[in-house]
Design a protein around this ligand. Structure first.
Ligand code: CP
Length: 317
C-alpha cells in the first residue's frame, strides 16, 4: 500500500480486520520493519487520539517519529498558487512539502475542511498536494472529507463486539454548538457501506451527506424509528453538506441527543463516538458512562488501525 486515504486503499476488509487483530495480540513483533525509518506527522489541526495513537503505533514498529504542528512554531504556510506573498505567510506549501519529504520515509497529514470552498474541501487540496509533491507515501490522519484511520478502528471495534454476523449499525446526527466537518460521518458511512452490515443513517432533513459516501445506506429522518433494533449506535455531529448551506448549522435540536430513553429503543445497543465528544449535547452522561459505551476501546483501537496502515506502507517501501 503506497497511500492510505480511503476504504479502497485497505483492500479486503475481512483480511484487514484479521491482520489488525493479529497486530493487537502481538504488537511488538514487527520492529524490524520500522528500523531506521522515520514517520513525519504533520498537523494543520488539533488532535489528541490521532497524535498519540499514531506515534505509539510507529514506535511499536520501531520507527522514529517527528511531529510538526504547522500552526505552532512553523512558518505560516501559503497554500494557494499565484498569491503575492506580501502578508503574514512566509513559506509556500509547494516548497515546504518536498522539504518535509526529504527528512522522512512516510508522512501522515491532518488537514480539516475549512468551509471556505466546498470545491477545495472535497478536492482534498492539501492532502493531494502532499501525495503529489512529497515523494513519500502519505496517509490521512483526517482530511477534509474522510477520516479512514478512525473508520478502520470503528470497524475493528464493531467486529470485536458484534453478537450477530450482520448487526444493525445506526449512525445518528446529534447537536453541537460549532459547525463540524463531514469527514467522520462520510468516512464511517463509506466503510459501513463496504461491509454487509444493516447500515442506517438518521439525521434531520437538510443534513444529507454526499451520496458518494452513503450509497447503499438506508436514510431515515425519524431518529426513534432508525434506532429501533439497533445493535450499534454511532453518534456524530456534522454541518450541512448540500448547497446553499454547505458548512452551516441548520439545527441545534437537543431532542436528537443520544439519551438513555433513545438507547432503550435499541437492541441493547453499544454506543460509539470517535471522540472528542460534547457531553449532554451529543450524548448524555449516563449513556457514555454506561457499560454499553465503547468509546474507550474504540479510541484504543486507533493504535491498532494506525499500526496496520503503517505496517502495510513499510512493507511496500
Ligand atoms: N477521533 C480523533 O481523531 O480524535 P483526535 O481529533 O483527538 O485525534
Amino acid at each position: 500500500m503506497r497511500n492510505f486515504t480511503c476504504v479502497n486503499d485497505i483492500g479486503d476488509l475481512r483480511q484487514a480486520v484479521s491482520e489488525a487483530l493479529a497486530i493487537k495480540a502481538d504488537r511488538f513483533s514487527m520492529q524490524h520493519l520500522g528500523r531506521n525509518k522515520t514517520l513525519m506527522m504533520v498537523f494543520f489541526n488539533s488532535s489528541l487520539r490521532t497524535r498519540l495513537s499514531t506515534q505509539k503505533a510507529a514506535m511499536n514498529l520501531g520507527m522514529n517519529v517527528i511531529v510538526l504542528d504547522v500552526n505552532q512554531g512553523a512558518w505560516k504556510l501559503e497554500t494557494e498558487r499565484g498569491v503575492i506573498m506580501d502578508g503574514d505567510k512566509s513559506e509556500h506549501l509547494l516548497e515546504a512539502i518536498p522539504v518535509m519529504g526529504s527528512y522522512c520515509d512516510v508522512i501522515g497529514v491532518r488537514s480539516f475542511a475549512r468551509f471556505e470552498s466546498k470545491e477545495d474541501d472535497y478536492g482534498e487540496k492539501i492532502l493531494q498536494q502532499f501525495i503529489r509533491y512529497s515523494g513519500r507515501p502519505v496517509f490521512s490522519m483526517e482530511a477534509a472529507t474522510r477520516h479512514p484511520l478512525q473508520s478502520l478502528a470503528d470497524l475493528i471495534t464493531i467486529e470485536e463486539h458484534k453478537l450477530t454476523e450482520r448487526p444493525k449499525v445506526v449512525m445518528t446526527w446529534a447537536p453541537h454548538p460549532k459547525a463540524l466537518p463531514q469527514a467522520v460521518p462520510n468516512s464511517f458511512a463509506e466503510w459501513m457501506c463496504a461491509t454487509d452490515y444493516d447500515f442506517v443513517i438518521t439525521h434531520p432533513e437538510g443534513y444529507e451527506l454526499d451520496p458518494e459516501f452513503t450509497r447503499g445506506a438506508r436514510i431515515e429522518y425519524d431518529q426513534d424509528k432508525a434506532l429501533q433494533g439497533a445493535d450499534f449506535v454511532y453518534a456524530k455531529n456534522w454541518a450541512a453538506y448540500t448547497d446553499p448551506n454547505y458548512g452551516k448549522i441548520l439545527s441545534r435540536d437537543r431532542s436528537w441527543t443520544v439519551t438513555a430513553e433513545k438507547m432503550a429503543l435499541t437492541n441493547n445497543a453499544f454506543f460509539m463516538h470517535c471522540l472528542p465528544v460534547r457531553r449532554n449535547m451529543i450524548v448524555s452522561d449516563d449513556v457514555i458512562e454506561s457499560p454499553r459505551s465503547l468509546v474507550i476501546p474504540e479510541a484504543a483501537n486507533r493504535e491498532i488501525s494506525a499500526q496496520l496502515v503503517l505496517k502495510r506502507i513499510l512493507e511496500s517501501l
